[in-house]
Design a protein around this ligand. Structure first.
Ligand code: 13P
Length: 256
């Protein structure tokens, strides 16, 4: 981590937690992380819980994110949710292009780009996810895959928009597998992404953009991952579903 970039630890709850369970979880979490200001703490509940989680978080230091966002403000798009709808509920961030969306729902870099632009136009900060599969890593294609995802997904953003955006590097083979990238493997890709952003925008943007790592982040490996120079936070799946475990990762961010 780097003192010029505030670490951001986000819990992606995926398709877990009813609305009632979500409120119970954030009530426990906000007590655990109360007073922590050096790390940004974010939760990404399912859409169905956003409206009840928002008032539960009011006045706390925990911010709200959605797990996706559509590019149109309204229309005949069954099953989708727009940026103005999320904004009205106090949502601050939107996860875009998660590998599960790409893998199971056919999302593409072009769609990621449209979603990210709509989020930014409506005052939401995108968390744009990128990452290679095991097959791609084994074929030494990691950098090429990431480059394609970043140039496509972030095409046409202004410098200011890029600085509002968070990139999440999530190697697909590390998600939900208990197999985390080693701190060095993660650091290498983060450094590559930062250099790429510097070349697509400018050196200042590269130095300031925040890049999270995701993939089997747990309380016991968080500190070492977050201690890497180009890792500015974590996008946490399974371990974000319990308040004490997730708070331990946030606290690891404070110490890193
Ligand atoms: P796990 O932490 O469960 O591996 O999930 C990572 C992830 O996909 C976060 O978006």
């Amino acid at each position: 981590m780097n003192p010029n970039r505030k670490p951001i630890i986000a819990g992606n709850w995926k398709m877990y937690k009813t609305a009632a369970e979500a409120v119970a979880l954030v009530n426990a979490l906000k007590a655990e992380v109360a007073g922590i200001e050096t790390v940004e703490t974010v939760v990404c509940p399912p859409f169905t819980a956003l409206a009840v989680v928002q008032p539960a978080l009011a006045g706390s230091n925990v911010q709200l994110a959605a797990q996706n966002v559509h590019w149109e403000k309204e229309g005949a798009f069954t099953g989708e949710v727009s940026a103005p709808m999320l904004k009205e509920l106090g949502v601050r961030y939107a996860v875009i292009g998660h590998s599960e969306r790409r893998q199971f729902f056919g999302e593409t870099d072009a769609g990621v780009n449209k979603r990210a632009k709509a989020a930014l136009a409506n005052g939401l900060r995108p968390i744009v996810c990128v990452g290679e599969t095991l097959k791609e890593r084994e074929a030494n294609r990691t950098e090429q895959v990431i480059k394609t995802q970043i140039t496509g997904g972030l095409a046409g953003l202004s410098k200011n928009e890029m600085l509002e955006t968070v990139i999440a590097y999530e190697p697909v083979w590390a998600i939900g597998t208990g197999k985390t990238a080693s701190p060095q493997q993660a650091q290498d890709v983060h450094a590559f992404i930062r250099k790429l952003i510097a070349s697509l925008f400018d050196a200042d943007t590269g130095a300031r953009v925040r890049i999270q790592y995701g993939g089997s982040v747990k309380p016991d490996n968080a500190k070492e991952l977050l201690g890497q120079p180009d890792i500015d936070g974590a996008l946490v799946g399974g371990a974000s579903l319990k308040a004490d475990g997730f708070a331990a990762i946030v606290k690891a961010g404070v110490q890193a």
